[in-house]
Design a protein around this ligand. Structure first.
Ligand code: SF4
Length: 58
């Protein structure tokens, strides 16, 4: 899934995953859209953002 990285935050998302390619300072996500998994999750800890990509390290 190739998700566009915007040059501004997605206003509907707060995310603290600062190791993600799409993370923006201030706990924002710059992904145009995200996908959350898995189906049939029963609590918060089980759910994850499937759009996460590790930030490239120089
Ligand atoms: S893609 Fe997912 S993990 Fe990455 S910043 Fe956005 S919401 Fe957070």
């Amino acid at each position: 899934m190739n998700i566009n990285k915007m040059d501004q935050p997605n206003p509907g998302i707060k995310c603290v995953v600062n190791t993600c390619h799409y993370y923006m300072t201030g706990d924002y996500c710059s992904a145009e859209k995200i996908e959350v998994q898995p189906r049939n999750a029963t609590n918060t800890e089980e759910t994850d953002c499937a759009t996460f990509i590790p930030e490239a390290r120089a």
